[in-house]
Design a protein. Sequence first.
Length: 81
Amino acid sequence: MTTTASRSDQEAVAPMALVEVYTVTDPNLAEIIKATLQREGISCWIDGENQAGLSGVLNITLRTRAKDAERAHRVVRTFDH
Protein backbone atom coordinates (compact mmCIF):
# COMPACT_ATOMS: atom_id res chain seq x y z
CA MET A 1 0.00 0.00 0.00
CA THR A 2 1.31 3.40 -0.88
CA THR A 3 0.20 6.97 -0.62
CA THR A 4 1.11 9.10 -3.61
CA ALA A 5 1.22 12.67 -4.95
CA SER A 6 2.89 15.22 -2.73
CA ARG A 7 1.08 18.37 -1.72
CA SER A 8 3.15 20.50 -4.12
CA ASP A 9 2.24 18.11 -6.95
CA GLN A 10 -1.44 18.42 -6.08
CA GLU A 11 -1.34 22.22 -6.05
CA ALA A 12 -0.04 22.21 -9.63
CA VAL A 13 -3.11 20.22 -10.77
CA ALA A 14 -6.53 21.69 -11.54
CA PRO A 15 -8.82 21.30 -8.47
CA MET A 16 -11.31 19.04 -10.30
CA ALA A 17 -8.68 16.82 -11.94
CA LEU A 18 -8.39 13.27 -10.63
CA VAL A 19 -5.20 12.50 -8.75
CA GLU A 20 -3.84 9.26 -7.35
CA VAL A 21 -4.03 9.15 -3.56
CA TYR A 22 -3.48 5.49 -2.71
CA THR A 23 -2.43 2.19 -4.26
CA VAL A 24 -3.26 -1.33 -3.05
CA THR A 25 -3.28 -4.82 -4.56
CA ASP A 26 -6.37 -6.11 -2.72
CA PRO A 27 -9.65 -5.21 -4.48
CA ASN A 28 -11.63 -5.71 -1.27
CA LEU A 29 -9.42 -3.24 0.59
CA ALA A 30 -9.81 -0.79 -2.28
CA GLU A 31 -13.59 -0.94 -1.88
CA ILE A 32 -13.32 -0.46 1.90
CA ILE A 33 -11.10 2.58 1.45
CA LYS A 34 -13.44 3.98 -1.21
CA ALA A 35 -16.43 3.58 1.11
CA THR A 36 -14.51 5.23 3.95
CA LEU A 37 -13.62 8.20 1.77
CA GLN A 38 -17.20 8.52 0.58
CA ARG A 39 -18.44 8.53 4.19
CA GLU A 40 -16.12 11.50 4.73
CA GLY A 41 -17.73 13.27 1.76
CA ILE A 42 -14.82 12.61 -0.61
CA SER A 43 -15.68 11.24 -4.05
CA CYS A 44 -13.38 8.38 -5.04
CA TRP A 45 -12.74 6.36 -8.19
CA ILE A 46 -10.93 3.04 -8.47
CA ASP A 47 -8.69 2.10 -11.43
CA GLY A 48 -7.62 -1.50 -12.00
CA GLU A 49 -10.15 -3.26 -9.82
CA ASN A 50 -11.19 -5.76 -12.51
CA GLN A 51 -8.11 -7.97 -12.42
CA ALA A 52 -9.86 -11.32 -12.83
CA GLY A 53 -7.35 -14.04 -11.96
CA LEU A 54 -4.59 -11.56 -11.12
CA SER A 55 -6.25 -10.25 -7.97
CA GLY A 56 -3.59 -9.38 -5.41
CA VAL A 57 -0.87 -9.08 -8.03
CA LEU A 58 -1.54 -5.89 -9.96
CA ASN A 59 -1.87 -2.42 -8.46
CA ILE A 60 -5.27 -0.88 -7.87
CA THR A 61 -5.26 2.91 -7.78
CA LEU A 62 -7.67 5.06 -5.79
CA ARG A 63 -8.18 8.56 -7.17
CA THR A 64 -9.92 11.65 -5.83
CA ARG A 65 -10.37 15.16 -7.07
CA ALA A 66 -7.21 17.21 -6.55
CA LYS A 67 -9.10 19.57 -4.25
CA ASP A 68 -9.89 16.63 -1.91
CA ALA A 69 -6.53 14.87 -2.08
CA GLU A 70 -5.04 16.29 1.12
CA ARG A 71 -8.11 15.27 3.16
CA ALA A 72 -8.12 11.87 1.44
CA HIS A 73 -4.47 11.32 2.41
CA ARG A 74 -5.34 11.97 6.07
CA VAL A 75 -8.18 9.43 5.90
CA VAL A 76 -6.22 6.68 4.14
CA ARG A 77 -3.26 6.97 6.50
CA THR A 78 -5.36 4.91 8.95
CA PHE A 79 -5.02 1.96 6.54
CA ASP A 80 -1.20 1.98 6.69
CA HIS A 81 -1.13 0.18 10.06
